[in-house]
Design a protein around this ligand. Structure first.
Ligand code: SAM
Length: 284
């Protein structure tokens, strides 16, 4: 008997992976968490039936979420990660020895524990001594914090369920206050391609633009996400990801990466015309 995992990317388009075995399933207070092993993509974490991480393509997402802000400002010392329960974002951050402190706030302990058991490729560095784990709602965690972090990374699920509040104006305002004077906010910004995803992208971008003086978007290729074309937001109080980019500092670290490199850093901010139009369309 053949077993397949199928995800509806829209009502009319689907994506499937042939499954070797189902390793974990659990219903937490927040969502359904599954880990499956597939032939093509290795082990895969899904939440509420949506792919979050696969062993085969996670390096793309995690290198791009972490190295772009750290190459823009090599003096980042204190980092807050909201979500990111698989640990991949923290893994990439821990490769930067200049970082002194990483707080990770994940609402769902089940995601972290199941990944620690089945997905060591992403979760292995959650025990780094600079990392403190908080099993709390990231929305409340940032409330009232001022001038605390040089970088906030919102590594969230889509804006449904517990992730919804991570896409609101109030949350972005609280992130602004929690950041230091050269602070950077990087957020999971959905896809520009299919209608539902593109609306969420436009809404988030519009809200952040009103709060941060620098608000840019960068793209990457993510084979297992709807359309394969995904975006991160880069918002900042002072530093521009291209004008203030310091490739020399990053190159001197001699980190071995599979996706990120200094040319790609610049290229990722060069957006297709239809994506620029989505950003400039104030009607959204
Ligand atoms: N790479 C992924 C993607 O874009 O599909 C995101 C991965 S990560 C596993 C997303 C995490 O955000 C989930 O584990 C979820 O529990 C967490 N999350 C959702 N809402 C949250 C909130 N309000 N506070 C903290 N964590 C939250």
């Amino acid at each position: 008997m053949e077993l397949w995992y199928t995800e509806n990317h829209t009502d009319y388009a689907r994506f499937s992976m042939k499954v070797k075995q189902h390793l974990f399933t659990g219903q937490s207070d927040f969502q359904r968490v599954d880990i499956i092993e597939t032939y093509e993509f290795g082990k895969v974490l899904t939440i509420d039936g949506l792919v979050m991480v696969t062993e085969k393509d996670e390096f793309i997402y995690h290198e791009m979420i972490a190295h772009v802000p750290l190459a823009t400002n090599p003096n980042i010392k204190k980092v807050l990660v909201i979500g990111g329960g698989d640990g991949g974002t923290v893994r990439e951050l821990t490769r930067h020895h200049s970082i002194e402190k990483i707080d990770m706030v994940e609402i769902d302990e089940m995601v972290v524990r199941s990944c620690q058991k089945h997905l060591p490729i992403t979760s292995a560095k959650l025990e780094d001594e600079r990392v403190t784990l908080y099993f709390e709602d990231g929305i409340q965690f940032v409330e009232g914090k001022e001038n605390r972090y040089d970088l906030i990374i919102v590594d969230s699920t889509d804006p449904i369920g517990p992730g919804e509040g991570l896409f609101t104006t109030e949350f972005y305002q609280n992130c602004y206050k929690a950041l230091t004077s050269e602070g950077i906010l990087v957020n999971q910004n959905e896809s520009p391609y299919y209608d539902r995803d593109k609306r969420e992208f436009q809404r988030a971008n519009k809200k952040i633009k009103r709060i941060f003086p620098i608000c840019e978007v960068y793209q990457f290729h993510m084979p297992t996400y709807p359309s394969g074309h995904w975006l991160f937001g880069f918002a900042s109080k002072k530093l521009h990801p291209i004008h203030d980019y310091q490739p020399e500092s990053w190159v001197a670290l001699q980190l071995k990466t599979k996706y990120y490199n200094p040319d790609l850093h610049k290229g990722a901010f060069a957006l297709p015309t239809y994506v620029k139009e989505l950003i400039n369309n104030e009607e959204a």
